[in-house]
Design a protein around this ligand. Structure first.
Ligand SMILES: Nc1ncnc2c1ncn2[C@@H]1O[C@H](COP(=O)(O)OP(=O)(O)O)[C@@H](O)[C@H]1O
Ligand SMILES: O=C(CO)[C@@H](O)[C@H](O)COP(=O)(O)O
Length: 498
């Protein structure tokens, strides 16, 4: 039997999956790494922590009983998007990486809008948002000019890890799409955007398809991991593109809900000219010449993990959520908005913060837990709503990520989205999509679709329950008012946050 490895470089940890030709996950390893929040709104990681963790996770995976390194043909990646890694002439990072959930760059976003006007949306298909990469580049140039003078090239997180594994510099289209430097439909770095900000073309790495062969392992990496130096390394893709591939979202009409740290509603697009006027993100897919539109909730799973850490430290999710399915929709009138770190879709706002509305003396912790899950799902429903308003049919949604592990949450998704929600057998998130890119790249299949028909297996499906759907329709209308009604209050509170 031969194998491929899918590496999912997440925000909290790297996960590595060993997958055989049938799509069965033979082994899984993981290593976590720290996040640094030096100031409110800042979020950084050390690029070399990713590399050390990845090598350790690979080493443990290669030690899986009954598997030899000769049987492992290829590796590919899924990566947290947008994070800025700046390299000097020697190829070393000049500072910590600034991550997707770092919101320090509001000033630089306004500068991008002033400089490019409508051209930004025409070329990059996305608005200037704090999480994206170009504002981070401009921030470093403005506030750390000495360090920036050393910067010769930028990479995204998984591209840095791949570079350390192979010595080769590349970026795939699906991840490059989240930088605001790519001409998304034209699939090339935008000379207009680079010129507008005085950045040389040499600042950007070579572009590659997600399934493209980008090199083999360096000798020292091969000996540190136990893999062969001849192991093929494929470019890989953005975590959301890989999550979609791993869920079989490879043709029109298919929609994904992913609840990880962040949450997304993602819809496949064939048409490169489809115009959502910047209301949702529009990115290249990891499948060649295809695209997807996506709305993002910044603190989706993070809201529940924050709640667990703060009010149920030491308990598992299953303990915290025991009985949550028996609480009626609406959590006895308790409403939560998941704006713990600001929001992206539909309110791109780094200053907004979360609220519990309607706290009553009869509420117990389980009502708060249910309200948190409902609030996250209402936020994702704003994206479902945007897709429906743009004329898309959303009747079936494949649900992945940590949030898909709880059956009560899957039923809640069906009731709030008013769509059938499908869970996957042996759900592995973006790591499986990365493994599929390696499998396709190795030539095991003629297409990603053929690979998906072997690797992606649907499990239970959850139909919307008419009574709950009606209750949630009313609650969603109330939920939608909370943003506008708490925005001013949150702006006044900014001064007290540090
Ligand atoms: N058993 C569970 N039940 C409900 N939610 C869960 C469970 N396990 C994890 N989660 C949610 O999933 C999130 C983590 O999802 P994951 O896909 O692993 O995230 P990431 O890849 O961003 O690190 C947690 O923050 C939590 O909200
Ligand atoms: O910023 C985005 C997408 O635009 C995030 O989806 C990040 O790509 C990381 O997400 P997690 O997988 O860590 O939740």
């Amino acid at each position: 039997m031969s194998y491929v490895i899918g590496i999912d470089l997440g925000t909290s940890a790297v996960k590595a999956l060993l997958v055989d030709r049938k799509g069965t996950v033979a082994a899984e390893t993981s290593r976590s790494y720290p996040l640094f929040h030096e100031h409110s709104g800042w979020s950084e990681q050390k690029p070399d922590d990713w590399v050390t963790a990845t090598i350790e996770a690979l080493r443990e995976l290669v030690e899986t009983e009954g598997v030899t390194s000769e049987q492992i043909e290829g590796i590919s990646f899924s990566g947290q998007m947008h994070g800025l890694v700046l390299l000097n002439e020697a190829g070393d990072p000049i500072r910590n990486a600034i991550l997707w959930n770092d919101t320090r760059t509001t000033e630089q976003c306004r500068e991008i809008e002033r400089t490019l006007g409508d051209t930004l949306l025409t070329i990059t298909r996305n608005p200037a948002l704090e999480g994206f990469t170009l504002p981070k580049i401009l921030w470093v140039r403005q506030y750390e000019p000495e360090a920036f003078k050393e910067a010769k090239l930028f990479l995204l997180p998984k591209d840095y890890v791949r570079y350390r594994l192979t010595g080769e510099l590349h970026m795939d289209y699906s991840d490059a799409a989240g930088t605001l430097l790519l001409d998304v439909a034209g699939k090339q770095w935008s000379q207009d955007v680079l010129n507008a900000f005085g950045l040389p073309a040499s600042f950007c790495p070579a572009l590659a398809e997600s399934h493209a062969l980008t090199g083999t392992l360096l000798d020292d990496v091969a000996s540190a991991t136990g893999l062969l130096p001849s192991t093929k390394v494929f470019a890989g893709g953005a975590d959301n593109a890989c999550g979609a591939i791993g869920a079989g979202i490879l043709s029109e009409g298919l929609t994904l809900c992913s609840i990880g740290t962040s949450g997304v509603i993602l819809s496949y697009e064939n048409d490169k000219d489809k115009d959502f006027r910047g209301k949702v993100h529009f990115f290249n897919h990891g499948k060649e010449d295809s695209f997807y539109a996506m709305g993002v909730t910044l603190a989706a799973g993070y809201s529940l993990s924050w709640f667990k850490k703060t009010f149920a430290a030491g308990e598992s999710y299953d303990q915290l959520l025991q009985g949550v399915g028996e609480v009626q929709p609406g959590a006895k009138g308790l409403l939560f908005t998941p704006y713990l770190v600001g929001e992206r879709t539909p309110h791109a706002d780094p200053s907004i913060r979360a609220s519990f509305i309607g706290v009553d003396g009869s509420h117990e912790r389980i009502h708060f837990a249910r309200a948190v899950m409902e609030g996250i799902t209402f936020s994702l429903n704003e994206s479902v709503d945007l897709f429906r308003s743009a004329g898309k049919t959303v009747d079936t949604i494949v649900s992945i990520g940590g949030g898909a592990q709880n059956p009560a949450w899957l039923q809640m998704q069906a009731d709030i989205f008013d769509a059938t929600v499908v869970a996957l057998e042996n759900e592995q998130g973006p790591g499986l999509g990365a493994a599929m890119l390696a499998a396709y790249g190795c030539g095991w299949f003629d297409s990603l679709e053929a690979c998906a028909s072997q690797f992606v297996k649907h499990a239970s499906s959850y139909a919307p329950q008419p009574e709950a759907v009606e209750t949630y329709k009313g609650l969603f209308r109330i939920y939608q008012q909370v943003y506008a009604q708490t925005r001013g209050l949150n702006e006044s509170l900014v001064a007290y946050r540090s």
